[in-house]
Design a protein around this ligand. Structure first.
Ligand code: NAD
Length: 498
């Protein structure tokens, strides 16, 4: 990226942010909320206001669902290839405007521009291409080999799909939801998180530009208990996909059940990493350290409970402390920032609250960190990395903190550590670290979660299913061919022959 390109991208993002308020996108039109309400989005790096956003109420959500319903027949009849072309065009537009999107994402989330570009925007663009290709290569009707009847199983789009997503990875969580739904011929209404809606609204501009018909994609920015509640309770939905905390997930699942709407839940986590003695200590310490630093540790599946074998415990802990001390904490504007601000003052207080409670319960402070300030960005919501150790019952070992924090515990016995890992109420993702691949696979398969990774943590690829069990969710997960079929309704068609 040249300086000129970057300046141009930042200027384009500035113009987008200067709209007051940034409108809703409903039925192909940009409009303010009917009740005239707005909310402000802050920049985590500085704590200053970044934008004013329209705050949708129930009437706006109702209009969006109505628009999606009206657009459904034509969109679903369009044909898989034509829809796939539009999804590829959207990915093209995202790649063309990658620096604008990265500028919005980095300013809104608090991460550096290179991190936002590589880990969010470009990866998100790939997802639209993946589901476009899955759709064009999938059969939607297959014969059933039954005696005396001509029978087949066909797959048809469900209708209007509602999406509610959190703030920690807006571009990625949007594509993981809407790309399979759109590719399958559904129309969508999405409510982004109030803390981080910017890149999602810009995406709607791109969708409009590349020719998605009005009503196919609708974006209703707003508060959880207003726009979110109105959307998930709307009787006009045919499917709900929710990503967020288990607490809100339960409310959404209740609403879906009341309306008998099928749903998918992608919820929180408390990922474990199990480290055996036969690892490269420095390399493992750096990889696990980055797992709690990237995205400021605000990653649902990241490694927050580290079970370290006695024989390597002291070395690995000491290498981790050394590595985490080198991490550059900084604002989104600094390309060298490795650990940016957390999303909000509320999130920073929540993290600090857990740390205080954990220490009160007797946790040992191995690397003291927590709420902090950095010169020149005093209003920003910074948290420096923390390593705690102690009892597996400690609140910091059991609850999702969602910050740059890990809790370390020694172990000696393989069966015992598997029990410890599986004692969590969550079940999103765990990792095992060992050069002995027989052992690594054996442990990986016994850990109860949607995802088990070997000698790595936070592994994502399109085509690799990702989802959770227990408090981490249900409904089939994301990112696979199966996800595409989750957005289709199966139907048998049969003609008796005799
Ligand atoms: P949250 O549950 O507070 O909010 C998520 C979304 O729900 C937001 O858009 C919010 O406005 C909306 N919402 C809030 N109340 C609502 C209501 N009553 N009805 C409908 N919608 C409502 O979660 P958060 O703090 O934004 O996000 C962090 C959580 O998300 C963590 O638990 C994290 O692990 C989880 N997460 C999970 C995944 C995954 O793939 N499993 C991915 C990212 C984040």
């Amino acid at each position: 990226m040249t300086i000129t390109d970057q300046d141009h991208a930042i200027a384009t993002a500035d113009v987008f942010l200067s709209q007051t308020p940034i409108p809703l996108y409903i039925n192909g039109e940009w409009k303010e909320a009917r009740n005239g309400q707005t909310f402000d989005v802050l920049r985590p790096s500085t704590g200053q206001k970044l934008a004013t956003i329209s705050s949708a109420g129930a009437e706006d959500v109702n209009e969006a669902v109505g628009a999606a319903r009206a657009a459904f027949d034509a969109w679903s009849a369009l044909g898989t290839r034509d829809r796939a072309v539009l999804l590829h065009r959207l990915a093209d537009a995202m790649e063309r405007d990658q620096d604008v999107l990265a500028s919005l994402e980095s300013r809104n989330i608090g991460k550096s521009l290179p991190e936002a570009l590589d880990f969010d925007i470009l990866f998100a663009a790939q997802g639209y291409r993946y589901f476009a290709d899955v759709a064009t290569h999938s059969g939607h009707s297959r014969p059933l080999p039954l005696a005396n009847m001509e029978a087949s199983l066909v797959h048809r789009p469900r209708g209007v799909c509602g999406f509610v997503i959190p703030w920690n990875a807006p571009s990625i969580l949007t594509v993981w939801g809407i790309a399979p739904a759109l590719a399958a011929g559904n129309t969508v209404v999405l409510k982004p998180a109030e803390l981080a809606p910017l890149s999602v609204i810009y995406l709607a501009k791109l969708a409009e530009e590349v020719g998605f018909p009005p009503g196919v994609i609708n974006i209703v920015t707003g508060l959880g208990h207003e726009a979110g509640d109105a959307l998930v309770n709307h009787p006009g939905l045919n499917y709900i996909s929710f990503t967020g905390s288990p607490q809100t997930g339960k409310l959404v699942a209740e609403a879906a059940a009341r309306n008998l709407v099928p749903s998918k839940m992608e919820l929180g986590g408390k990922g474990a990493a199990v480290i055996f003695p036969d690892v490269d200590v420095k390399d493992t310490a750096e990889k696990l350290g980055m797992a709690i630093v990237r995205n400021a540790g605000q990653t649902c599946c990241t490694a927050t409970r580290w079970f370290i074998h006695d024989d390597v415990y002291d070395d690995l802990v000491s290498a981790s402390v050394d590595f985490l001390k080198t991490i550059k904490l900084g604002p989104d504007t600094d390309h060298a920032t490795q650990l940016g601000a957390v999303i909000s003052q509320g999130q920073r207080s929540r993290i600090q609250g857990y740390l205080d409670q954990g220490l009160d319960q007797g946790a040992t402070s191995i690397l003291a960190g927590g709420s902090t300030q950095i010169a020149g960005s005093e209003g920003g919501f910074y948290v420096s990395p923390v390593l705690l150790g102690g009892s597996p019952e400690n609140v910091c070992a059991t609850e999702e903190i969602f910050g740059p924090v890990a809790y370390v515990m020694p172990f000696r016995d393989e069966d015992e550590v598997i029990k410890q890992v599986n004692s969590s109420q969550y079940g999103l993702a765990n990792s095992v670290w060992s050069e002995d691949l027989n052992r690594a696979y054996r442990v990986a398969e016994q850990m109860v979660s949607g995802n088990s990774w070997i000698n790595a943590h936070n592994v994502f690829a399109y085509g690799l299913p990702y989802g959770g069990v227990n408090l981490s969710g249900w409904g089939g997960g994301v990112n696979s061919q199966q996800t595409y079929f989750d957005y289709l309704r199966p139907m048998s068609v049969v003609r008796p022959l005799a």
